[in-house]
Ligand binder design. Structure first.
Ligand code: GLN
Ligand code: ZN
Length: 754
């Protein structure tokens, strides 16, 4: 055994899982049909890995929604409110992931959070005093069985207990250490059972070790694994870390009785230092993550081989990906429209399998090694990223003034209250309205050349006219144009800005059945023409109410794109910020007085270690945002939006974005952030979401009213905005309109009582 990967994309070559699952949710196919599609996908993926020459192939990395939720369900970590629904195991699982509504019976979904510093989201398990951890599920075992029956050399994959505890939510006074013994026992049982099935290796994923680990956490980790490893049965256990390095626990991990340790040598550059300084135990297998699981560029073989040779260890080395390949698209072979000079540099999941195999041939001096090495080297000799002198000159001239908006926010607040004269608790939405079938069809017709650009625009203008009227009728205060022209908030801007290239099929799972198609940064970035002005102006002219202009912020565009590896993030993000500054000023010139600059991705790329938060990230990310809006008039109101409520720890940085208003996701997390905002004396006006748009469930007027009352009881009323958690694009119109009606009516009730 010399090659493996940590995990493979789950959604299928042509997103078969997405379509089948969504059909199942709509009762268009039954459970058996969904399971059949899933089996075919798994089989195809295993066989693709086998065909590529990967020796040890993950099983159990497949998921109908999310791997953390799978592990929670395997171990009976399912809150009683879902069990009480008496659904089939699969439906109970989906109820946790998406919420459930049957007549008057409704249960909210479990919260969803960003998976470390990626754009993938996991479902947050919930532990309470009643949680009875024990092995109950069979998904993992069934998948392993399927793989073994197909003659696949399967490595069982499971989320580790430490990571599970770190990522979960604890309620009613329950705490992680309450579950050390039961979890350790359950994991031992899992390992024993896998051993009985004939599995040789089990990969236990512990990415949470890439966070800072303090003494108490270390103790928790040690205690868990001492027990688990003492009772593991016949299997070999691989402790797999990724998204960083093991600096806080290297000694613990190497001293425990693991058979293999998986290190990320791409993002966790420091791992190499750890191995060099402390050595690596010769009796353990080193799973070396050398092919980047998070980016789409070809591996530079000569560098990788030199790196591996420089490790100087006697341990057996197995070549692997740095993370699961979940974060890259399926195959670059499907991309037929990219220029050849770009295409030759791409490696998606399928190509990465081949890279691992080729690297292995080179590393072990196998027959075709030298030829592969030469071919790869030639590729890296002539990379030509488009260079734009003007972009570099503009950046060189930036001074502090370019990052500072005047006058200060408290003065602007007074000016803006006068300017807009909105009622207290103004209502608004986050931007997008449901992307119904006709909206998507209109886009695809244009793409296929079935309609003219005029017909396409005409359709969108009709949509805007309709949605403006609907918002007026609902009684919303600040309107939006609905974002019908956007497939995706990042792809849309990437397409309009110069410097990006696009895939046709480069889908990456974002959460559940949702995928994104990240743009690829290839050259220097600038704006060549206005992007959103026409649609915003069209909408504004239809109503007397203010209409928000709607932009995606520089940090989000950067974080949700595949970045270049030859320029710094700061350089790329500043280029994007300047392009957006041009857009903001054009909107303002055209009388768009409220402009929202969405930064849903700001938090997710925080370095996992706190000590690096500012130095490696916020010190350039926050200024980039300010650069976008610093030149607008005092009366122009800048909004921003974030899709999470967990920014308590970077509250100061969020306030330092110097936006006038921020909306964020809050309804699933029970407003936990509000107290922190109060304590931090947060200055930006806030719209904590009162409607969970990730769930088909419609919040009642009463429920929203209660939420608003909660807000009013805690925050100064003149600072509060009322809005949903996020854009409405994934909802049906019925769901969206009814929910908004409840929101507006609830707001009016609360207003009249103030
Ligand atoms: N304005 C975007 C929308 O409404 C924001 C989406 C997001 O935050 N992810 O869809
Ligand atoms: Zn959002």
């Amino acid at each position: 055994m010399t090659t493996t990967i940590i995990g493979f994309p789950r959604i299928g070559h042509h997103r078969e899982l997405k379509f089948a699952t969504e059909h199942y949710w709509k009762n268009k196919i039954d459970q058996a049909a969904l399971l059949k599609t899933a089996d075919e996908i798994k089989q195809n993926h295993w066989q693709a890995q086998q065909a590529a020459g990967i020796d040890l192939i993950p099983a159990g990395d497949f998921s109908f929604f999310d791997g953390v939720l799978d592990t929670a369900n395997l171990l009976n970590i399912v809150p009683a409110r879902y069990k009480q629904l008496n659904l089939s195991p699969l439906d109970e699982y989906f109820a946790q992931a998406r919420g459930y509504q049957r007549g008057s019976e409704t249960v909210k979904a479990l919260p969803m959070k960003k998976w470390f510093n990626t754009n993938y989201h996991y479902i947050v398990p919930e532990f309470s005093k009643d949680t009875d951890v024990k092995l109950v599920g069979d998904k993992l075992f069934n998948e392993v069985d399927e793989a073994l029956k197909l003659g696949i050399n399967a490595k069982a994959v499971i989320t580790g207990p430490y990571t599970l505890l770190k990522l979960s939510r604890f309620i009613d006074g329950a705490k992680p250490t309450d579950f050390t013994d039961t979890l350790a026992a359950a994991y031992s049982q899992v390992l024993q059972k896998l051993g009985q099935q004939g599995v040789k290796w089990v990969q236990i994923d512990e990415p949470a070790l890439s966070f800072d680990v303090d003494a108490a956490e270390k103790q928790l980790f040690d205690k868990l694994y001492q027990t688990i490893l003492a009772n593991k049965g016949t299997v070999k256990v691989l402790l797999q870390n990724y998204f960083g390095d093991l600096r806080d626990v290297y000694h613990d991990v190497t001293s425990l009785d693991f058979d293999g340790i998986g290190l990320d040598f791409v993002e966790g550059c420091y791992n190499a230092e750890l191995v060099k300084q402390n050595g690596f135990p010769a009796d353990k297998v080193l799973f070396a993550g050398i092919v980047n699981g998070k980016n789409i560029w070809r591996n530079h073989y000569a560098k990788t081989i030199a790196f591996l040779n420089g490790l100087h260890t006697d341990a057996t080395i197995v070549l692997s990906s740095s993370t699961s390949l979940l974060h890259v698209p399926y195959t670059a072979a499907d991309e037929t429209k990219l220029p050849a000079d770009v295409h030759q540099h791409l490696a998606f999941a399928i190509e990465k399998l081949a890279e691992i195999k080729e690297l292995d041939n080179i590393y072990r001096d196998e027959a075709d090694g030298q030829a592969a090495l030469d071919k790869n080297d030639a590729l890296f000799k002539n990379v030509k990223h488009p260079y734009k002198e003007a972009v570099h000159e503009r950046i060189a001239k930036l001074t502090d003034a370019d990052y500072t908006r005047l006058p200060k926010r408290s003065e602007r607040e007074v000016i803006q209250k006068k300017e807009f004269d909105l009622p207290i608790l103004p209502t608004t939405t986050i931007g997008s309205f449901p992307q119904t079938k006709d909206v998507r069809q209109n886009r695809s017709k244009l793409r296929k050349g079935e309609i003219t650009r005029e017909q396409y625009d005409q359709f969108n203008e009709d949509k805007i006219r309709r949605i403006i009227k609907i918002q007026e009728d609902l009684g919303l205060d600040v309107l939006v144009h609905g974002e019908y022209e956007r497939n995706d908030m990042v792809e849309y801007f990437g397409e309009k800005l110069d410097g990006f290239v696009f895939t046709q099929n480069g889908w990456v799972q974002s959460y559940g059945t949702r995928g994104v198609k990240p743009p690829i940064i290839w050259g220097d970035i600038n704006r060549t023409a206005p992007i959103t002005v026409k649609a915003s102006v069209f909408a504004k002219n239809l109503t007397d109410k203010p209409v928000k202009g709607m932009l995606t912020g520089p940090v989000t565009i950067f974080n949700w794109s595949f970045p270049r590896e030859d320029v710094t993030p700061k350089e790329s993000v500043t280029q994007i910020a300047l392009a957006l500054q041009d857009e903001v000023l054009d909107l303002e010139k055209n009388d768009i007085k409220i402009i929202q600059i969405d930064e849903p991705a700001l938090r997710e790329n925080l370095p996992l270690r706190k000590s690096n938060w500012y130095s490696e990230y916020l010190d350039w990310a926050v200024p980039a945002f300010r650069l976008v809006h610093s030149k607008v008039q005092p009366s122009t109101q800048i909004h921003t939006h974030m899709c999470y409520s967990e920014f308590g720890d970077i509250i100061k940085a969020i306030d330092a974005l110097d936006a006038d208003v921020i909306s964020f996701e809050a309804s699933r997390a029970d407003f936990t952030l509000i107290d922190e905002l109060v304590a931090a004396n947060f200055q930006t006006e806030v719209g904590p979401g009162v409607y969970d748009i990730h769930s088909p469930r419609i919040p009642s007027e009463q429920e929203v009213e209660d939420l608003i009352k909660q807000l009013v009881s805690k925050l100064p009323v003149e600072k509060i905005w009322i809005n949903p958690d996020c854009g409405l694009k994934t909802r049906s119109e019925d769901e969206a309109f009814e929910s908004l009606r409840n929101i507006v009516d609830a707001t009016k009730k609360v207003r009249s009582a103030i």
